[in-house]
Design a protein. Sequence first.
Length: 260
Amino acid sequence: MKSTEVCLKLPWPPARRRQVRLLVSGFEVWGSAFTRFGAAKRRNSGQIKDSTARCSHLREPPNFDSISDMKQRCPWAGDDPLYLAYHDNEWGVPAHDDRRLFEMLNLEGAQAGLSWITILRKRENYRRAFANWDAAKIARFGEKDFKRLMADAGIVRNRLKIRATIDNARAFLQVRKEFGSFDRYLWQFVGGVPVQNRRRAMRDVPAGTPESDAMSRDLKQRGFRFVGSTICYAFMQAVGMVNDHVASCFRRAELSRPAR
């Protein structure tokens, strides 16, 4: 009687019998394979070459690029490659280019009610749809452009958010005319230098601060939309106006060093 038949007669629950049957069957298959291998080896003992030579392809070094670098990061970075690249290379890096600042402010507004990874995945579509964030061109968008944007599946097709982006471009041009640059205007809310926080955990990161409150109020007075204090604080984190990488994250120390 085979081992698998013995298993079927034991007083075990059906699920356990199936598990044991599969296990025993596996041992029987391996045993049969080793028996055949041993016989073949004895028949051809004079012809078998060095196993190391025959299996040289198995001695290739492992591809460590596919193995996590084991760096400690902010918990929100997760393991999505796009999120990891954004966390490691962009988030919290001080930005002073007007176009990038304008882009990030509008993307943070577009993210309201959604996940940030959704916006990251649509980022190139936004650049294409909004003239690579050229505010002068966006400010001239008319009803035809609005309808085009509402039909564009590559972006968040929210009527209010699309209208807000066009209005924000017009407000942006006025701010730049008054202050010389959008960069100079925005960075005044943190005194021109990044705020270095020491958050021990994500629960210590606030939804807003007095600085983001002040920025939000002033932006709204100037005609900007989708710029509540929470959105402004997320924007400040993204463009490096504040360093909110948690204390255990490898990027926190890197971004707290004085710029050379």
